[in-house]
Design a protein around this ligand. Structure first.
Ligand code: OOG
Ligand code: NI
Length: 455
């Protein structure tokens, strides 16, 4: 098959994220209300901040502002996880990072499937945070067996999805009509099913062990449990949610508001209680699905990340996790130690930067005497440095999102139990190291810049 008949993985990802968004807005109408509120706040932000608008227009981000940024699912078996890896590869999404959520009392470990090249991220940054249930952590042996038996008899993919994944692997791509069919078929895996596969007693027994276990085990598939648009002002959306009939989680996760945003700030509305029909015609309900928003800042180097983790830990003892204003104030105080201007972040090696040559009116690079010295080049205005956006997740924040949607009663009996090797075995591949990805983008941009300048 001629490869020029194939559509790009970016296009398939874009089609998929849009189809997913439409489906989720129908399934969870409150999410459509959240999108409306986010769009309203984004519009106001762009009207009040001309510089931001121009910058976003120039980088092409303005057109993409409304596309979904990420979603999340939870699966139950190694087979499910490794097939998902192959499914996401069709859309140019690869596993990045390992997150141990047992630390937060949630019996899962996770990765994020996401685009990894700068060009691909630019086209559509959609990611899926994917968690694998760790059945081995269920203490009750009988319950563990029941859960594993239920999971082993389900099939979360349509036959056609698997055929199209294989077609993609064989031919190294899909044609447009195959891609369209793939998106429609793949969507079935993420759909909500209000019919549970188990009876109410089984659901309740699993739920009593941990709500997340019931969420993964008792349904036909790994329903998408939230989607997440990008907001330009997360504090404002958090403030406005209640006025729009949306009930937010108590606090915004992540770093405080800053001049130079770093990493990721996120908040969500609380999961809804939805009716479920259990087998044997019994009625009940399940709470799993919600909506989230995110605001991203610069990717931090290992050194920057260590400082972030240190300050976050330092902020915790005093931190109120019930009052957002107090929480943010406390964070701002503690984070005053974290430099908040781009130059210091760069010179101190705290954040990753993207370098570009600056061109003059004649489209020529600017000549500088000492053209090997990056600082001199920047000083002379010959090179620009822009922070690289953080594309990943934060385990403490993810845990906060999990917890607020699993009920605060979530127990902590699984405390701190990472097992990356086991996760990678189940995934059937190793996860990419996010720090290496950012470092490589930075390195390449610098090499390119110096090459152009010294031509
Ligand atoms: C995933 C929660 C983590 C995030 O944005 O940190 C997450 C889940 O609840 O399944 O999506
Ligand atoms: Ni999320």
């Amino acid at each position: 098959m001629l490869s020029n008949h194939h559509v790009s993985p970016e296009l398939i990802r874009d089609m998929f994220s849009k189809a997913m968004s439409e489906m989720y807005q129908k399934e969870v109408p409150l999410y459509a209300n959240l999108l409306e509120l986010v769009a309203q706040v984004n519009r106001a932000e762009l009207e009040n901040n001309e510089e931001l608008r121009l910058r976003m227009e120039k980088s092409g981000e303005l057109n993409r502002l409304e596309v979904e940024r990420h979603g999340a699912i939870r699966v139950g078996t190694a087979e499910e996880l490794s097939l998902l890896r192959r499914l996401f590869a069709v859309m140019g999404m690869y596993p990045v990072g390992y997150y141990d959520l047992t630390e937060a009392g949630v019996p899962v470990h996770s990765t994020a499937f996401r685009p990894i090249t700068e060009e691909s991220l630019q086209k559509n940054p959609f990611r899926v945070f994917t968690s694998l249930l760790r059945l081995e952590l269920i203490e009750d042996e009988k319950l563990r067996e029941i859960a594993s038996e239920i999971l082993s008899s389900r099939n979360i993919f349509t036959k056609r999805t698997i055929e199209l994944i294989e077609t993609h692997e064989r031919n190294n791509g899909l044609r447009l009509e195959q891609a369209e069919e793939f998106v429609a078929e793949a969507l079935e895996t993420f759909r909500w099913h209000s019919d549970s596969t188990v009876d109410k007693d089984t659901y309740e027994a699993l739920h009593a062990e941990h709500r997340l276990i019931a969420d993964v085990v008792c349904f036909r598939g790994p329903h998408i449990n939230h989607l997440t648009p990008r907001t330009l002002n997360i504090d404002e959306v958090q403030r406005l949610m209640p006025l729009h009939g949306i009930s937010p989680k108590a606090i915004i996760e992540g770093p405080p508001r800053r001049n130079c945003p770093v990493l990721l700030r996120q908040t969500s509305f609380k999961a809804l209680d939805e009716p479920v029909n259990f087998s044997g015609d019994q009625q009940g309900s399940h709470t799993a699905r919600f909506g989230e928003i995110e605001q991203r800042g610069a990717a931090l180097t290992k050194k920057g990340r260590e400082l972030y983790d240190h300050l976050l830990r330092k902020s915790q003892p005093q931190g109120s996790r019930t009052d957002n204003n107090e929480h943010q104030k406390n964070l701002r105080d503690v984070f005053s130690e974290f430099p908040d201007d781009e130059e210091t972040l760069r010179k101190n090696g705290l954040a990753f930067f993207y370098y570009q040559p600056v061109f003059d009116a004649n489209k020529k690079t600017i000549r500088v005497k000492n053209s090997d010295n990056l600082e001199d080049l920047i000083q002379a205005g010959a090179v620009s440095a822009t922070p690289i956006t953080y594309e990943d997740f934060l385990p403490v924040s993810a845990a906060g999102i999990f917890r607020s949607n699993l009920g605060e009663e979530a127990n902590t009996m699984y405390e701190g139990n990472p097992n990356k090797a086991e996760f990678e075995k189940h995934l059937g591949a190793s996860v990419n190291d996010e720090i290496e990805i950012y470092a490589e983008i930075e390195r390449k941009s610098l090499a390119n810049t110096l090459k152009q300048i010294n031509q």
